[in-house]
Design a protein around this ligand. Sequence first.
Ligand SMILES: [Zn+2]
Length: 434
Amino acid sequence: MSLLIENAMILTMEAERAVPMPGDLLIEQGRIVAVGDVSAEDRARAVEVIDATGLVAMPGLVNCHNHAAMSILRGFSEDLRLMEWLSEKMWPAEARMTEEDVYLGTLLATVEMIKSGTTAFADMYVFTNAVAQAVVDSGMRGVLTRGLIDMPEGEAVRFQEARELLARWNGAGDGRISVMVGPHGPHTCPPAFLRRAISLAEEFGAPLHIHLAETTEEVELIRREYDRTPTEYLHEVGLFDHHVVLAHSVHLTPGDIEILKKVGLRGGIAHNPISNLKLGCGIAPIGEFLRAGLTVGLGTDGPGSATTLDMFEEMKAAAWMQKVKAFDPTALQAGQVLQMATSEGAKVLALDEQVGTLTVGKQADIILVDMRAAHLCPPHDLTALLAYSASGADVHTTIVAGKVLMRDRQLTQLDEQALIAEVTARAKRITAGI
Ligand SMILES: [Zn+2]
């Protein structure tokens, strides 16, 4: 089965200021086999052809941090403090969620992601068999973790589910699913618990995914408990000996950044600008991270807090937050945020050998963005238009592993309206009286 995309403006994202080039892309067996020039002989073999005149072809966006099933709780409680929001609203509602709710909530999120150009996402949640099944059914690429929190009851079950996820789902969906170990955060995981998570990761050779220094409250808590910063604490326990995804990392000190630089952090930071803005958490020192040579990707965080899974919005927010933080419009530029949303995000999630750039041999995770719109005219600088002026609604076609999941804004795998009706009814039940 081969797919030819012709007459596109191709942005490979192999370099920060890659010049878009006109040309074609050929996909065979789910992989990119030609970029730019496709021979007449190869063109003749294509079973399916997409005319991409007026469209930019670029790597699918990589969302480095999500709790996708929380789309079922979107907009349910807004404008609260993080701890109040969690303990009075989210946790009671989540306690009512069934495995089927998680499956449908995740599926709803994949619709939103596919429609806004995301092809891979990292997730941390519960009922992970349901999350994994939703990823398989959606056709997307998922990097999944079972969230591990140290609570009095159910620890054995949580670890058992994390183990099951690793054993059963890693490599599932024709290799579209990979699994990490997900200790929730420094303030919810004491040292022995963290070590247990690390040894599980070692046993399976899996990377780890953890929240870090999202709020000043967390920093204070760890300071009181261990007389350390959250980063120092994780370093001492040995987390940075492994490939690790550090979600948020808003309140890192120069000393913390030095630690991450010194250990030569494998993995990187999952920066969630809109979630950090909306919850009033602060602005992560992205410029300092990049100067220290750390890898930074973008994420949305869960749709319960972040309100959108549109990674184009995250690109804008990321750039603008750094500019205002530094009082400097040259801080964090269009090409850099585009890289964070594609090639760099793929590195953070240990997916860079498979996706993140349009490179021959890689998996065909590709989006076509429709530039034939008033708000994307004139085409002086496609990179800037994509980073600052485009939105998820401009995504025309979304392809994962060579399979077209949306074409000309029509989903090919999922029934959006049926999902909306189902999730709306379930959300009512879940949140009643809370
Ligand atoms: Zn999170």
